[in-house]
Design a protein around this ligand. Structure first.
Ligand code: F6P
Length: 444
């Protein structure tokens, strides 16, 4: 009996011990699992893709209720009869920006790099009009923009000029239409100019790049020209532009657009792949403390520009903010920074490049229109960029103005004409022009 009770006690002790071991093991197991669970819970709240799946339930990452670019265009184009039929074209341009954004994002991982190769001959591409060997990426982005402007189904754009092409092209040519079948060359009320990928060297070091574009109305009564290109339709003052914009591929992808009544900014929602109106009615500060010049060229700048920069630095602070220099080396990125924060962007004439580096038609003029529409200014140092008339064709007697004349190749270079460029807050640009007045040479 005593023996039996000892046996029971021993059995209970063993059972108790076993239960403790199980409890201990499960505690250990829990304590080993818990941190991992906690970590994964933590990760899921920080997971950049997580919130898109739980957008509604995650208060930190809740989507803002923003107007889409499409809706904006529908309303703006409906309000303004002048540009009523441009909405599809501009939507196509926004889509092109999305495509270029994806290409830029993949530039390091996908085989898009290197000089372009002629698909027929297999030979490396030659230098473009800018004296640079075209890269695959340039060719691809150029094709995307050409098709955006020419392929929008309502054919409102009749011809296009690109930084990547020596001469403008008709949309019929771009789209490969059979021009003998119907009068496609005569259709289209606008011409478009663009730089598909501005500052493309920045891609090597994962820095921002951009796309710039402008749209001009074909003057009343102007003919489509031989083969659908009338150079006169391109060689117009910037004041004749009906729309200008840029896309910036940077920390965020941004589309900034003016249709001649203010400037609006849209950010690409990476989850929805839609441009949303994050910056309605953009206004540049009247004065700013930021200057954005390639100061390595300082000794090559003219005296007025040198004086202006020295004055800015000596001021120490402007508008209550410390003077600061910022230069990314991509026009779109630098100008966007100035537009948001105020100040001045400049690419002045240098000793070697008497007209600076930037192209009037598809860089300086669209940016100047955006600046002016945002309450800022765009100047050559001596006057408004938008008033600059590109070099005109020689009017040979015996030829009608609309005909392509023997000197058109030469005149076509007017498409790529350069102009000293200063863009920014009104007060800063005014100061700059004053420097040209007081320190400039007589013949300026
Ligand atoms: O289009 C010319 C461009 O790439 C601009 O985007 C940019 O502002 C400029 O050249 C930079 O030139 P630089 O390297 O001479 O400062």
């Amino acid at each position: 009996m005593v023996f039996r009770s000892v046996k029971i006690t021993l059995l209970s002790a063993v059972m108790f011990f076993c239960s403790q071991v199980v409890a201990f093991q499960s505690t250990v197991a829990t304590s080993m699992i818990t941190p991992a669970r906690q970590t994964s819970a933590l990760h899921s709240s920080l997971d950049p893709l997580g919130p898109s799946r739980n957008a509604a339930s995650s208060p930190e990452m809740k989507k803002k209720d923003l107007r889409t670019f499409q809706r904006f265009l529908e309303v703006e184009c409906w309000k303004n009869g002048e540009i009523r039929n441009l909405d599809r074209t501009l939507l196509a341009v926004a889509d092109a920006c999305k495509q270029i954004n994806r290409i830029v994002q993949r530039a390091q991982t996908d085989d898009l790099y290197g000089a372009a190769v002629d698909p027929l001959t297999g030979e490396l591409a030659e230098e473009n009009v800018q004296g640079e060997v075209q890269q695959q990426l340039d060719v691809l982005c150029n094709t995307i923009m050409l098709r955006a402007f020419c392929g929008a189904s309502n054919n409102v754009v009749c011809a296009v000029a690109s930084e990547e092409e020596p001469l403008p092209r008709s949309c019929a040519d771009v789209m490969g239409y059979d021009t003998s079948e119907f009068n496609i060359l005569q259709s289209g009320e606008y011409v478009a100019v663009f730089d598909p990928i501005d500052g493309s060297k920045n891609i090597d070091s994962s820095l921002p790049v951009g796309t710039v574009f402008g749209i001009y109305r074909v003057p009343d009564g102007a003919s489509a020209g031989k083969d659908g290109v009338n150079l006169d339709n391109f060689l117009q003052r910037g004041t004749k532009m009906v729309a200008a914009g840029y896309c910036l591929y940077s920390a965020t992808t941004v589309l900034v657009l003016t249709l001649g009544s203010g400037v609006h900014g849209f950010t690409l929602d990476p989850d929805k792949q839609k441009f949303l109106q994050t910056h309605p009615n953009m206004r540049i500060p009247g004065i700013g403390s930021l200057y954005s010049f390639n100061e390595a060229n300082y000794r090559e700048f003219s005296e007025p520009v040198q004086k202006f920069l020295t004055n800015m630095k000596q001021a120490g602070a402007i508008g209550g903010k410390k003077v600061s220099s910022r230069y990314v080396g991509a026009l779109v990125a630098d100008v966007h920074n100035v537009l948001i924060n105020g100040g001045i962007y400049g690419y002045p004439a240098t000793r070697d490049n008497v007209n600076g580096k930037l192209r009037l038609l598809y860089e300086s003029a669209p940016m100047a229109m955006i600046m002016e529409q945002a309450g800022g200014a765009g100047s050559t140092g001596h006057g408004r960029i938008l008033d600059v008339l590109p070099p005109q064709r020689k009017k040979n007697s015996g030829h009608k103005k609309s005909d392509v004349e023997p000197d058109d190749d030469e005149a076509g270079k007017g498409i790529h004409v350069r102009v000293p460029t200063f863009l920014g807050s009104v007060e800063n640009v005014y100061e700059l022009e004053q420097c040209f007045k007081y320190y400039g040479e007589e013949d300026n």
